[in-house]
Design a binder for this molecule. Structure first.
Ligand code: SF4
Ligand code: SF4
Ligand code: SF4
Length: 296
């Protein structure tokens, strides 16, 4: 690969360390939020339903816990890109765990050389489904028909599991869909996030300030390492990093040989992972304040 800049190229050992440290820190943050705030995803999504429910009923929108949760996750997304999806959302983290286990089974047990992944073309096409899903839900809420769909989705089941209440009556369709979502997440990293999540579709439509930026001039010619490491199959050359589909996992940044991908705040703080911890702590504090933490 030809180099077109004098920026230092990270050695293989440095890259390995960068990826390992990023993976460990991310997993630790995800675990903390999975244990302490598993309902943040559900609450944010309920906020959307609450707003459209009031609009369709012609009643004023009253701030409740769900709408506060939506305000928090939306504000975080506008300020910091989809950090919520990459590090905080319990459903996304669950998907990462399923995909990781699926990889282990395929490689260790079935001796496959590489973990199976859906072809990129199929992924690009299937992304559209989540916008249709969001539109469908909003229409049903607006028509006052959403109650008929209660229990007929994977997130109601996930919410029951993480809240440890295990009341599964009326959730037969939801359980079938939840199993299908697990299968999807096993064959496609963040498959639910990319193809089906209505909250993800809402996030992807928001303007974002703090999304990763790439210094194109500092790139190694012909390099596509960031793209190969992207779970969302972003066409980086075409989309740049202003793409709302980016789930904010930072895997591309950790794998870049030039350390050529950064969030705006990385200009102020030298160590890439410090802003991650600050953002996580900020979300934790604000989330606790609005009642998302199950411990206090
Ligand atoms: S896309 Fe949806 S499920 Fe995935 S991490 Fe974001 S909010 Fe969570
Ligand atoms: S940003 Fe992507 S294309 Fe550019 S050097 Fe880094 S990994 Fe390679
Ligand atoms: S572009 Fe980077 S941060 Fe965004 S989803 Fe892909 S790998 Fe993750």
């Amino acid at each position: 690969m030809e180099q077109n800049s004098k920026k230092t190229v990270r050695s293989g050992e440095q890259l390995k360390k960068s990826r390992r440290t990023h993976a460990l820190v991310r997993a630790a943050v995800q675990l903390v939020f999975f244990i302490a705030m598993p309902g943040a995803f559900y609450a944010g999504f309920a906020g959307i339903k609450s707003i459209f429910g009031s609009i369709s009923a012609g009643t004023p929108i009253e701030m409740n816990g769900f709408i506060w949760a939506l305000v928090l996750v939306a504000a975080f997304t506008i300020l910091f890109g989809r950090f919520f999806c990459g590090y905080i959302c319990a459903f996304g983290s669950f998907g990462d765990l399923i995909h990781w286990i699926s990889g282990l089974v395929q490689i260790k047990l079935f001796k496959r050389k590489k973990q199976f992944e859906l072809p990129e073309k199929a992924s690009k096409f299937l992304r559209i489904l989540k916008y249709l899903n969001l539109a469908f839900i909003v229409i049903f809420v607006a028509l006052g028909l959403y109650a008929k769909l209660r229990g007929a989705n994977a997130w109601d089941v996930f919410s029951q599991l993480t809240s440890l209440s295990f009341r599964f009556d009326g959730l037969t369709v939801g359980i079938i869909l939840f199993v299908a979502v697990i299968a999807l997440m096993a064959i496609k990293e963040r498959g639910f996030c990319q193809f089906l999540c209505p909250l993800g579709a809402f996030f992807a439509l928001l303007p974002m300030l703090g999304i990763l930026r790439r210094d194109k001039d500092g790139c190694i010619k012909g390099c596509s390492i960031c793209k190969k490491n992207c779970p969302v199959d972003l066409q980086l050359e075409a989309d740049g990093f202003s793409n709302g589909e980016c789930i904010g996992c930072d895997k591309c940044a950790a794998a870049c040989p030039r350390a050529n991908l950064a969030h705006p705040e990385n200009k102020l703080i030298k160590y890439e992972l410090v802003p991650v911890l600050i953002k996580a702590a900020l979300f934790f504090a604000l989330g606790s304040l609005i009642g998302l933490c199950r411990f206090f």
